[in-house]
Design a protein around this ligand. Structure first.
Ligand code: IDP
Ligand code: MG
Length: 160
């Protein structure tokens, strides 16, 4: 069993559209566990660090701008192979490609070709870490140790 913890953000476009509850429900109904949650308005430093791997790309400035455009809901989501499973539930990065039944496939539809009109930003509701290393780094950016509830680890693990 590979128990993992990953960072999810309901990005400002998702929060503005009132999708926090719907997004959390997707993970919970799959049996994943939310072990920390914070509604945060990111500042410039946090936004740039969060998307640090994309620094230098054309869409980096608008991507950071999107993260600064309102509060994000940061979640720590735990479960067996949670990093991979959460990204499967989220769907493909480009909404046009994201399959129906995924968060991005059900709540968005745009393509990268819409970028000019949207100032380069692809609004796709959610973010999730893509590897154990990025999960650890990103969880550390958005949460402090005391933000995590411990009981899930021992109490719920056996029931999922
Ligand atoms: P991910 O969110 O599925 O991990 P990444 O490649 O890490 O995708 O990209 C981070 C975010 O940057 C995406 O969620 C999307 O909002 C945006 N993005 C990615 N590629 C493009 C692009 O080619 N044009 C515009 N925005 C992009
Ligand atoms: Mg990514």
């Amino acid at each position: 069993m590979t128990w993992e913890k990953t960072l999810v953000l309901v990005k400002p476009d998702g929060v503005k559209r009132g999708l926090m509850g719907a997004v959390m429900q997707r993970y919970e109904q799959a049996g994943l566990v939310i072990s920390a949650a914070r509604l945060i308005s990111a500042d410039q430093l946090l936004a740039e660090e969060h998307y640090g791997e994309h620094k230098g790309k054309k869409f980096f400035p608008p991507l950071v701008k999107l993260l600064l455009s309102g509060p994000s809901l940061a979640l720590a989501v735990e479960g067996v192979h949670a990093i991979e499973v959460v990204r499967k539930i989220n769907g493909d990065t480009e909404p046009r490609i994201a399959a129906p039944g995924t968060i991005r496939g059900d709540y968005t539809h745009m393509s990268y070709t819409r970028c000019p009109e949207l100032d380069g930003v692809i609004c796709n509701v959610v973010h999730a870490s893509d590897s154990p290393e990025s999960a650890e780094r990103e969880l550390g950016l958005w949460f402090k140790d005391e933000d995590f509830v411990k009981p899930y680890d021992t109490v719920l693990k056996g029931f999922i």
